[in-house]
Design a binder for this molecule. Structure first.
Ligand SMILES: Cc1ncc(COP(=O)(O)O)c(C=O)c1O
Length: 456
């Protein structure tokens, strides 16, 4: 471990003793001391006390400008007044019925006016949305296999838990990746049915269709690969996937769990001008409450109406989440909000670019909609194999260095990205940039030293 990182870790531990204690207390009762493996990191994760707007406070009372925003699920920021108002009202008139109500049609209508879809069903998590989308595609085509991209994350059900972060001694040929389970418990049958292609490589998808004629139900894709930082599609990629899937009688599923609210009013469908067969939504559409949706054209969704595909769920369309969702679509995800986040994000990305250049850092900054990332790579990444080359210690130096300066620049992991919320102000962006400017000379020095010692 290099000196710069050691120093930042020492400062972190001095500033956050209550988080350490809370974590120690949780470990005997909760595996890793956290409720989702994504929340665990060394030496211990920051425990949070409260959040308001674009800021959070940890157990020791330290304040942070928050660009993590619950792994990108809070484009609204914390406790957005419109969401709080809508939810408060519901709390006194019933939170769960398991019966239909009028907000269901209203929210479905909102989604159908923004996305190129005709019918919607709701759930509580992104995992559910992609799981049902894949099942629908299988039912619609009578085929079992799906294609996913290496490094893409679509949630926690078996078909999606393949080649999420495969190790280099297992992942095989870069042009024809070997499907690798993302953990124990994923069945061999699943591996046979989940085919893997590199992102941004249409020829690889074409080869899979040729090798498995008439067997592929769907291609599922994150329109921007946002589980390896930010990995943009090359021009024409999605149009190519659209053409290939149509030609081979398969469905195209856009997993817009991350992009749906945060890229544009009509998500990646609008941003890339593509009409997929099924769209999956979650995270930021719920304004801080568990809300997800999968939506498609009538022909596909009729499989549910005809009782051919089963979909249910006790928590589906619970009025609290639906009230939050309606407040989001009607009062938060409005044109002025997209203008604001685009302006804030340009300011942040440009600021990063200036400092990166000034310091001669071997890195780049990239933004798209409400998302952006500091990428520790010499050139823009195009797929998972580019992404795995990161210097992890240098990344940790960056992340803890920013946290110690009062900025949570994004979730801990280098496969994530920052989110700008409607609550962030120019002052918040400038605090973020000041922290980075202060840290960047150390990072540049450490990077040069590490590259010199790594050189043959
Ligand atoms: C692209 C994508 N799809 C699906 C999911 C799963 O969503 P959830 O965590 O709500 O189950 C995630 C979560 O990060 C995601 O990023």
């Amino acid at each position: 471990m290099h000196e710069g990182l050691k120093k930042e870790l020492e400062i972190y531990e001095k500033r956050t003793p209550r988080s350490r204690l809370a974590h120690q207390k949780a470990v005997p009762r909760i595996p890793l001391g956290v409720a989702s493996n994504y929340r665990a990191y060394e030496p211990y994760p920051l425990f949070v006390r409260e959040g308001r707007g674009g800021h959070i406070w940890d157990l020791d009372g330290n304040e942070y400008v928050d660009f993590n925003l619950c792994f990108g699920a809070l484009m609204a920021g914390h406790c957005h007044p419109a969401v709080v108002r809508a939810v408060k009202e519901r709390l006194h008139i019933g939170t769960m019925f398991g019966m239909p109500h009028e907000m269901e049609w209203a929210l479905a209508e909102e989604i159908c006016t923004r996305f190129p879809v005709e019918m919607v069903r709701f759930g509580s998590s992104g995992t559910e949305a992609t799981m049902h989308a894949i099942r629908l595609a299988r039912a619609a085509t009578g085929r079992d296999r799906i294609v996913k991209m290496e490094g893409a994350y679509h949630g926690l059900h078996d078909s999606a838990l393949v080649s999420v972060k495969p190790k280099s001694d297992q992942f095989g040929d870069p042009a024809a990746p070997t499907p690798v389970p993302a953990g124990a418990g994923v069945t061999t049958a699943t591996l046979q049915n989940t085919l893997v292609a590199p992102f941004n490589d249409l020829a690889a998808v074409e080869r899979l269709f040729a090798a498995h004629t008439g067997q592929i139900a769907a291609v599922i894709v994150e329109p921007i690969l946002m589980n390896i930082g930010i990995c943009m599609p090359v021009p024409g990629y999605h149009q190519g996937l659209r053409e290939l899937t149509t030609r081979h009688g398969a469905l195209l599923i856009f997993d817009e769990v991350k992009t749906g609210a945060k890229l544009a009013r009509g998500g990646a469908c609008e941003y890339f001008a593509v009409k997929p067969d099924i769209v999956c939504l979650a995270k930021s559409i719920g304004g801080g409450f568990p809300l997800a949706a999968f939506a498609a054209h009538r022909e596909v969704m009729d499989l549910i109406a005809q009782h051919k595909v089963f979909h249910g769920g006790t928590y589906n369309t619970n009025p609290v989440s639906m009230a939050a969702g309606l407040a989001m679509f009607r009062e938060v995800l409005i044109p002025a909000a997209y203008e604001h986040i685009n302006q804030m994000n340009s300011r942040l990305v440009e600021g990063y670019r200036k400092t990166i250049e000034k310091m001669g850092l071997n890195a780049y900054a990239i933004g798209a909609g409400a998302n952006g990332a500091f990428m520790l790579y010499p050139r823009e990444i195009r797929n998972y194999r580019d992404w795995i080359t990161i210097d992890v210690d240098l990344w940790r130096h960056y992340w803890f260095g920013m946290v110690n300066r009062g900025v949570l620049p994004q979730p801990y992991w280098w496969d994530e990205q920052w989110t700008i919320s409607v609550a962030h102000t120019e002052e918040d962006i400038d605090r973020h940039l000041t922290a980075f400017e202060e840290l960047a000379p150390q990072l540049a020095r450490a990077q040069q030293e590490r590259m010199a010692t790594a050189a043959p």
